[in-house]
Design a binder for this molecule. Structure first.
Ligand code: HEM
Length: 596
């Protein structure tokens, strides 16, 4: 069944869960035994459906048990809620997603059950969550062939990301990966002309706002920078979002991810972000999310608004291809931009548009998130800014062109970027589905003493077609791996040989760009772009401060966070996630030049 037919899927499930047992009961009671139930008809049907479901569940458990014995594996620990189907846990989670610190709801469950991989089994459906580095490594890399994005994730994302690289497996994913990889070759991503152009425009905006004494939403500005640079890099046309109206301090409303503006660019950004929010909400409701969208696909208006922006670009690329073919011109890949190259590989405008959109999503929100959190740290740790700036001035001077070699020599800059990616990975969680044949996960890592003392070191059974949510953000803040100061922002840890050796021997501790065959294709582009931007920013400015007084109402951290441990107790902003991490309401800050 096509992933966009989620209502049909729900209808078939409804038939399977309710109608099939009712039909069997009807046949047995009225036809075979000719029983007349009278007033008891409805309770009898309900009772039979419940018994049927329990028997089915017991049968599935028995089959899993047999499979576990065959594989020499044990069961993944399972949450035991107070209400049937762990409905109490579901409600607690839904409440927590609105007000609690990112990832905290999962961390509390791991702490309660003293394990790093857990089955939430909400509404009788197995759903595995893991912060275990051994299991994350297996899912992404060493056991890659056992997992895919899977049907359920595709169903949630189809309307927005369709046939793009993030929403496809196997053949089509390989095709996209093969087509995209050449565009991230070293020569292409070390040509800094594009970064230079959009960095200069962004810094001009900062200067203009700064001279008026206003604060600005840097998250919004960095998103525009990343999108304009990526659009020129990918399809040779700047979307020119840096020229559109900026959000104004103290007046701007909260948008789906950051702040909102009332202009055509604002509508595009809002649609782009709302589509991500809808996908996130669907995944929180779990398997039965289509119940909430019976009378309309909530992503349709947002996806349509984004597609309206991209469709004309795709049309032009296909027309150009036709013109070139008629004229008998064939240019080499090196002379083409990504969109032209995509248009060469297929005539299907939907595949081209979906892949273009996937790359815009991949490059805008992640890079903007990284730059936003680096700025956050520069604002709250002036000593870090000072050291960073000294390094920039030493290696790159206060102006002039910047080379790839110069960027490579900025060791402290790299440490700051890595430390930011560790504490605030732009993709804080990721989802995969086990292929139907099932598999085993290796024994758990030694995070909890219960894992370590466990004498039973059998692997864990991963039933076929089960969804697994991996939480790199929790792994990257795990004190067992990173030490008792795991929650502390300390770039020096990336310059300490002993600590680096630990990470090198155990790379699954740090996977902000994912790992294995689906590792991020834009990793080096992102490091270059972020480093380049920060060099120019620090050449021009030296003082960064937060402006909490203009954060939109409802975007400052709730007081109750202070009672919990870890970063949330000191957080001055509200980190939140919808596919990617962001600062709720935007990051309002002042950027200035104090020293002369
Ligand atoms: C700080 C910046 C970035 C971070 C932290 C990041 C992180 C990630 C992560 C975690 C994935 C795996 C997603 C998944 O499996 O569901 C991914 C995939 C990907 N990223 Fe990035 N990314 C960044 C920047 C970029 C940029 C700038 C581009 C391109 C311009 C890009 C292109 C891609 C692509 C094409 C994939 C899909 C790979 C595949 O499925 O085979 N990324 N990225």
């Amino acid at each position: 069944m096509h992933p966009s037919n989620f209502r049909l899927r729900l209808l078939l499930d409804f038939l399977r869960i309710l109608v099939l047992p009712s039909a069997v009961f009807h046949l047995v009671s009225t036809r075979l035994y000719k029983i007349h139930l009278g007033l008891l008809t409805i309770p009898a049907y309900i009772g039979f459906i419940i018994c049927w479901s329990i028997c089915k569940s017991l049968l599935t458990r028995a089959l899993h048990h047999t499979e576990r014995s065959r594989l020499g594996a044990k069961e993944i620990p399972c949450i035991r809620g107070a209400w049937p189907g762990n409905i109490d846990v579901l409600l607690k989670m839904l409440r927590a997603f609105k007000t609690s610190y990112i990832g905290d709801v999962y961390l509390q469950l791991f702490e309660e059950y003293q394990c790093t991989t857990l089955n939430t089994r909400i509404l009788w459906t197995d759903h595995i969550i893991t912060m275990d580095q051994e299991h994350i490594k297996f899912v992404l890399a060493t056991g890659f062939e056992h997992f895919w994005r899977g049907r359920r994730q595709k169903e949630r994302m189809e309307r927005f990301l369709g046939k793009g690289i993030f929403n496809r497996d196997d053949e089509m994913w390989r095709m996209h990966r093969g087509n995209t990889r050449p565009f991230f070759a070293r020569e292409r991503i070390s040509d800094f002309d594009i970064f230079e152009r959009y960095t200069a425009r962004t810094l001009n905006t900062i200067s203009a706002v700064q001279s008026s004494g206003q604060a600005l939403d840097v998250q919004d500005l960095f998103s525009r920078f990343a999108l304009d640079a990526a659009s020129e890099f990918l399809f040779g046309k700047n979307l020119d979002t840096l020229s559109a109206t900026l959000p104004v301090a103290g007046q701007t409303k909260m948008g789906p991810k950051g702040s909102a503006t009332d202009d055509p660019w604002g509508s595009f950004a809002s649609a782009f972000e709302m589509a991500q929010q809808v996908i996130t909400t669907r995944s929180r409701y779990g398997y039965f999310w289509p119940i909430f969208e019976l009378f309309g696909d909530k992503n349709a208006p947002h996806a349509d608004a984004v597609h309206r922006y991209l469709d004309p670009l795709v049309k032009t690329a296909l027309e150009e291809k036709e013109r070139m073919a008629k004229a008998g011109v064939c240019s080499p890949v090196a002379d083409k931009n990504f969109l032209q190259h995509l248009a060469e590989s297929t005539d299907d405008p939907i595949i081209i548009r979906d892949q273009l959109l996937s790359l815009l999503l991949a490059s805008r929100d992640t890079t903007a998130c990284l730059l936003t959190f680096v700025t956050y740290f520069m604002a709250i740790y002036p000593e870090v800014t000072k050291k960073l700036r000294a390094e920039v001035l030493e290696h790159c001077g206060s102006a002039g062109s910047i080379t790839y070699e110069q960027l490579r020599n900025l060791k402290y800059m790299r440490a700051v970027i890595n430390e930011t990616l560790r504490l605030y990975p732009p993709v804080p969680l990721n989802v995969r589905e086990c292929r139907p044949s099932g598999c085993t996960l290796p024994p758990s890592d030694p995070t909890f003493s219960s894992n370590m003392m466990e004498s039973d070191i059998r692997p864990l059974h991963m039933p076929g077609s089960t969804v697994i949510t991996i939480l790199p953000m929790l792994t990257q803040r795990n004190p067992e791996l990173w030490g008792s100061d795991a929650d502390v922002f300390d770039p020096e840890r990336w310059m300490d040989k002993e600590r680096i050796a630990r990470f090198v021997s155990n790379p699954a501790m740090f996977t902000p760009f994912s790992a294995g065959p689906r590792i991020c294709l834009g990793q080096n582009y992102a490091y270059n772009e972020a480093s380049f931007f920060l060099v120019r920013l620090l050449q021009q400015f030296d003082t960064f401060s937060l402006a909490p007084e203009v954060q939109p109402s409802g975007s400052l951290p709730p007081h109750e966070w202070k009672q919990r441990k870890g970063r949330q107790a000191e957080e001055r902003i509200w980190p939140s996630a919808a596919l990617t991490l962001f600062v709720k309401g935007g990051l309002w800050a002042r950027i200035a030049k104090e020293s002369h």
